[in-house]
Design a protein around this ligand. Structure first.
Ligand code: SAM
Length: 274
């Protein structure tokens, strides 16, 4: 996969040289190219921002440098031959939420261009312009406002990179992760343990030492359900009941959850309209 990032702070992206993403780059699984937006400015001060039309506090990123940068990068083509089109990912608090599903979708694309902004964001016409020729995804990493889009890019690149074939040692290891498509789609992963079996008087649950694969799987699933019920009841509430087996339902019932008229499960205390 190729990833381009256009930013006024390329040095902010240095963590992309480290750990899993750094190794994926070193092994040629990921081709990350960082670009300084100011290289596409033409004035003495390398200006990238200006005052907002309509007034108000803060500055807005000018469209011209972004336009020149994106034209040049996108025209190069995925492999430098001019062929291929990138998906342009625009980090913004007003975008759609970044989820594991979005990460999985982005991981199937060969080429992503990220446009982390600063100030009050980028002049709207840039998104409009490129949405006519490319897929443009406006994405938020959460309901809070950061000073810039570089940290969101680090978050998104890492979430996507670990899904690429060959990046994780064990190709199966993200299958059991929280939110992973499949059995875990609406669940958080339960607790994990390693050696020693007893630490400060605390024992690893017996079942994990039993060697009984079926019982271990069931215990893990029960723990996932219990943890999701406690920390993210919204996920369980939106869960398709068809994905819950007899044991899942028994576990939910034991936690006081009940099935509403639409078949979906709700937490204890939530009124069910009959
Ligand atoms: C100070 S923020 C601009 C916030 C904007 N005025 C608003 O209220 O939506 C500057 C930049 O940081 C990035 N950013 C901040 N919070 C973000 C979030 N939750 N998700 C993705 N990007 C974010 C975006 O690139 C954004 O344009």
């Amino acid at each position: 996969m190729r990833i381009d990032v256009v930013t006024i702070f390329p040095e902010y992206l240095e963590p992309l040289n480290v750990s899993l993403v750094g190794k994926a780059r070193a092994r040629g699984l990921l081709d990350v190219r960082l670009h300084d937006l100011r290289n596409w400015t033409h004035d003495r001060h390398n200006t990238v921002d200006d005052t907002p039309y309509g007034g108000g506090p803060g500055m807005v990123m000018k469209p011209e440098p972004w336009g020149e940068a994106l034209d040049e990068i996108a025209a190069s083509g995925a492999d430098g031959s001019g062929e291929g089109r990138p998906v342009i990912v625009v980090p913004t608090p007003s975008g759609r939420p970044f989820t594991q599903r979005l990460a999985e979708e982005l991981a199937t694309r060969p080429w992503l261009v990220f446009t982390p902004a600063r100030y009050e964001g980028i002049d709207r016409r840039v998104v409009e312009e490129y949405a006519e020729r490319y897929e443009v995804w406006e994405v938020s990493i959460g309901d809070y406002v950061l000073a810039g889009g570089e940290a969101p890019v680090l978050v998104m690149v890492e979430a996507v990179a670990r899904l690429l074939p060959g990046v994780l040692g064990n190709a199966e290891s993200h299958r059991d992760d929280s939110f992973a498509t499949g059995a875990m789609a609406n669940l958080l992963e339960g607790p994990v343990y390693t050696k020693p079996p007893r630490w400060r008087g605390r024992d690893v649950p017996d079942v994990l030492l039993s060697g009984h694969h079926g019982r271990v799987e069931r215990w893990r699933r029960d723990q996932a359900i219990a943890r999701t019920a406690a920390n993210r009841p919204d996920l369980l509430r939106s869960c398709d009941p068809a994905t819950l087996d007899r044991h899942d339902r028994a576990m939910l019932a034991a936690l006081g959850w009940h099935q509403g008229p639409d078949g979906r499960f709700g937490p204890p205390g939530e009124t069910v309209e009959e």
